[in-house]
Design a protein around this ligand. Structure first.
Ligand SMILES: *[C@@H]1O[C@H](CO)[C@@H](O)[C@H](O)[C@H]1NC(C)=O
Ligand SMILES: *[C@@H]1O[C@H](CO)[C@@H](O)[C@H](O)[C@H]1NC(C)=O
Ligand SMILES: *[C@@H]1O[C@H](CO)[C@@H](O)[C@H](O)[C@H]1NC(C)=O
Ligand SMILES: *[C@@H]1O[C@H](CO)[C@@H](O)[C@H](O)[C@H]1NC(C)=O
Ligand SMILES: *[C@@H]1O[C@H](CO)[C@@H](O)[C@H](O)[C@H]1NC(C)=O
Ligand SMILES: *[C@@H]1O[C@H](CO)[C@@H](O)[C@H](O)[C@H]1NC(C)=O
Length: 462
């Protein structure tokens, strides 16, 4: 690092001086033994919060309360009813399962334990391609780009091993000679990249995207497998975590519809104030709020978080992944599982998924389009009717020779504008700095941090 006393250097030094620790309740320490009766507040009832309670429970620490703003547990596992069927507004896939006797994705273990119905989902295996002139076959471009993406992963990894600086994923692509120019190759790139990371290549760290990919899909690199499973569970995908929570949580340990406003932290305890003025005191607290919530001012930390902590929070971004659900009066679409539309403007309703599929929602006449990142933020500021008009004009371009019927029902969630999420999941922008990642996980006093953004291996969508 250059010997410049930038804010960043100062923050790193202060982080080192003040010390930081990774929460590890398994570590046999005097404190852990002495604190078996400690009261622990878990802020946020999502997967991280519930697994934190389970981990404490396994260590014999049961004076634990989970505080959740919604009226149910599950957070980003959020299902709703659409034309009488359960659909997922948020997480929908198990990405990476297991290779041979290798490590098994812990989500898969819970999905199997609680008998959540899934189906294999190979989104590259069955796809029809379109551009603004209608159905056109550019599968050659599509498949050659898949290989380029694999190469991107390896190049970024090489940078780590050779101690080179991080790059944007765009720059890494560029170095490989992959420079998409036309709408078709840009749509292809979108499908392989933006659709996964919920941001563009130039907004994403090459090193971090390589890690995320490896730790999910590459069994030789500490991941699980290349297989994806799509939840088709009519009780909702959330069932795996809600049922798991019910297997060890007692009703008095769950505080639903409790919105946290202030978190007062110190080296002796944590005092959490709810919006109704009630305060809850813990010897410790674990904050599992989404990174987007930490970046917002809705929750106040008293005193303010240290500069190194604020910097780590500011240095990461939230991607937004938006599924647009449509119910049509009759089927007019492709026979494959997926459709890819290449609009002249990048990210314009590119991914189409057929839910009217024999294994998903047979006979439902439901189609789902997906948009991500900046485009998601853009449509969140439009009315449903305006978005519907845009979608209809895209369908008119995809099907120039038929009159596309207007959807009978139309719905999409607004993850970015929802103050309890502020996006869908974290994404690491360039340049990736390991210390920032460590600082994001670090505790301050007796306030600990958890959740996908704080995981070194399993951050983001993957
Ligand atoms: C998905 O389908 C493609 C094309 O048929 C195939 O090359 C690929 O191996 C499949 N992937 C998985 C994980 O089954
Ligand atoms: C639409 O119809 C025109 C004229 O019959 C034909 O040339 C074209 O291939 C059709 N396009 C599609 C996408 O079917
Ligand atoms: C990917 O890398 C391999 C091995 O270096 C090379 O043969 C291949 O041409 C590359 N493919 C693309 C699309 O860059
Ligand atoms: C990801 O896996 C590839 C292929 O095994 C490897 O070359 C690369 O170094 C790994 N990436 C990182 C960031 O470790
Ligand atoms: C916790 O915070 C509330 C609100 O600021 C305050 O009224 C209360 O006295 C605090 N409790 C403790 C034990 O510090
Ligand atoms: C949170 O703290 C701020 C500043 O200390 C205070 O003005 C506000 O009333 C507190 N809110 C609650 C709900 O205690």
């Amino acid at each position: 690092m250059a010997p410049l006393m930038t804010l960043s250097c100062l923050a790193l030094i202060s982080a080192v001086v003040q010390g930081y620790a990774i929460p590890n309740m398994n570590q046999p320490s005097e404190r852990a033994t002495a604190d078996r009766n400690a009261k622990v507040l878990i802020l946020g009832g999502g997967v991280a919060g519930i697994i934190a309670v389970r981990t404490l429970h396994e260590q014999g620490i049961n004076n634990v309360v989970i505080i959740e703003a919604w009226d149910e547990l599950g957070r980003r596992l959020k299902s709703t009813t659409f034309v009488g069927k359960t659909v997922e507004l948020g997480a929908n896939w198990v990405q990476g399962t297991q290779t041979g006797n290798g490590p098994k994705n812990p989500i898969l273990s819970l999905v199997e334990k609680h008998k959540v119905k899934t189906m294999p989902s190979n989104t590259t295996g069955s796809i029809t391609t379109y551009d603004h002139t209608g159905a056109v076959d550019f599968l050659d471009t599509f498949y050659s780009s898949a290989e380029a993406y694999e190469n991107l992963t390896a190049t970024a990894g090489g940078r780590v091993s050779r101690n080179l600086v991080d790059l944007t994923s765009r720059a890494a692509f560029n170095l490989l000679g992959i420079r998409p120019q036309d709408a078709r190759s840009k749509a292809t790139e979108y499908y392989h990249f933006d659709w996964e990371y919920a941001q563009k290549l130039d907004q994403t760290s090459a090193i971090a995207s390589s890690w995320a990919n490896n730790y999910t899909f590459n069994a030789n690199e500490g991941g699980f497998s290349a297989e994806n499973l799509l939840s088709i569970e009519q009780r909702g995908f959330k069932t795996f975590i809600q049922e798991e929570a019910m297997s060890f949580l007692k009703p008095e340990q769950i505080r639903l519809e409790s919105l946290v406003k202030n978190i007062s932290w110190s080296h002796s305890g944590v005092n959490v104030t709810l919006d109704n003025g009630e305060s809850l005191i813990g010897d410790y607290a674990i904050c599992t709020f989404s990174l987007g919530v930490l970046q917002n001012d809705d929750v106040k930390f008293i005193p303010s978080l240290p500069v190194y902590k604020q910097e780590s929070i500011a240095s990461t971004t939230m991607g937004t992944y938006t599924k647009i659900f449509m119910h049509f009066p009759y089927k007019f679409w492709f026979d494959t599982q997926m459709g890819l539309y290449a609009d002249p403007v990048h990210g314009t309703y590119p991914v189409w998924q057929k839910f009217d599929h024999e294994a998903i929602l047979p006979g439902s006449k439901v189609m789902v389009a997906t948009v991500t990142g900046d485009f998601s933020e853009r449509i969140e500021s439009l009315t449903d009717e305006q978005v519907k008009q845009e979608v209809m004009s895209v369908l008119a371009a995809m099907y120039p020779n038929i009159t596309v019927p207007a959807p009978l029902e139309f719905m999409f969630p607004r993850w970015h504008s929802d103050p309890l999420y502020c996006g869908s999941y974290s994404n690491w922008p360039p340049s990736f700095v390991q210390q920032h990642h460590d600082n994001l996980r670090a505790n301050v006093g007796r306030l600990y941090f958890a959740g996908e953004a704080t995981s070194q291996k399993y951050f983001g969508e993957l």
